[in-house]
Design a protein around this ligand. Structure first.
Ligand SMILES: Nc1ncnc2c1ncn2[C@@H]1O[C@H](COP(=O)(O)OP(=O)(O)OP(=O)(O)O)[C@@H](O)[C@H]1O
Ligand SMILES: [Mg+2]
Length: 278
């Protein structure tokens, strides 16, 4: 059977991206591909450039060199803000800080952009909003305000709000790192379900076990370069680079020497984190 690479164009393609902040080179030649329906994780130490890569994909940052393509859009060539706004309609972005509109109810948070940006009718936008809230198990909080919700609940609303724009892909940047441990699992469950449904996702995460479980492809970044990439099994079980091995030793324990999953003490003690509470 032909591999996916030979039958399809990547939805997202980064080539030789170079980006500096002033004299500080942050991306030093990044190549990265995301195919439709894939879940791609970017892992690596703090400051290695992971968030910068995601911000380049949405046109929030302009690289000094290299190309960024999302579908048929050559993102690096966009010069007008209006063109970047068009791009952002197609690319959902969920951050660590959920940034819901505090003065709007949960329902209105989901209705506002489809109405104002996509021109959908109120009835239409509201119907979709309720369906998305059900999907992230938040329909019972439709009339609540963000300040009345837990961090995990707000993050689930933020994911639903991104989905309300019917994006072609969603970028997740450390969406669980500001959450209480007991609410991390409910957000990860929502993301896992999206990937299972075939939503194209790029995730920056420090939740290594989660990345291993849900990713088709994993990229390991360090110091502005991709040290290696491969299937989740390759990167987590048989990393080729010593740098990746050292990083994973710190992050998840020694690859290859971990107990079998069924007996994995981490999973057993963290099972609660993977179940959904509402
Ligand atoms: N707006 C900015 N201005 C100047 N320097 C920046 C800016 N944004 C990021 N940097 C620098 O770029 C480097 C990469 O940052 P980036 O946020 O991409 O790292 P990261 O891999 O996402 O790290 P973390 O895991 O801590 O989120 C860092 O050294 C950071 O200080
Ligand atoms: Mg970051």
């Amino acid at each position: 059977m032909p591999s996916i690479e030979t039958v399809a164009e990547p939805l997202v393609s980064l080539r030789d991206l170079h980006l500096s902040f002033g004299s500080n080179p942050v991306l030093k030649g990044i190549d990265l591909d995301v195919y439709r329906g894939q879940a791609v994780s970017i892992i690596g130490p703090s400051g290695s450039g992971k968030s910068t890569i995601l911000r380049c994909i949405t046109g929030l940052l302009q690289p000094q060199r290299g190309s960024i393509r999302v579908g048929s859009t050559e993102v690096h060539t966009l010069v007008q803000e209006a063109q970047r706004i068009e791009l952002r309609k197609r690319v959902g972005f969920v951050f660590q800080q959920y940034n819901l509109f505090p003065h709007l109810s949960v329902l209105e948070n989901l209705v506002i952009a489809p109405r104002k940006v996509l021109g959908r009718s109120r009835a239409d936008a509201e119907k979709q909003a309720r369906a998305l809230l059900a999907k992230v198990r938040m329909e019972h909080k439709a009339d609540a305000y963000p300040g009345q919700l837990s961090g995990g609940q707000q993050q689930r609303v933020a994911i639903a709000r991104a989905l309300a724009m019917r994006p072609e892909l969603i970028l997740f940047d450390e969406v669980t790192s500001a959450l209480d441990p007991e609410t991390v699992g409910e957000v990860l469950t929502v993301i896992r379900e999206l990937t299972e449904e075939g939503m194209t996702c790029v995730l920056v995460t420090h939740e290594m076990r989660f990345a291993e479980e849900i990713s088709d492809i994993v990229y390991f970044t360090e110091n502005g370069v991709i040290v290696e990439h491969g299937s989740a099994a390759q990167i987590f079980q048989h990393p080729a680079s010593e740098r990746t091995q050292a990083f994973l030793r710190h992050a998840v324990g020694d690859p290859g020497r971990r107990p079998a999953v069924a007996n994995d003490p981490y999973l057993l003690t963290n099972l609660g984190r993977y179940s959904l509470s509402v």
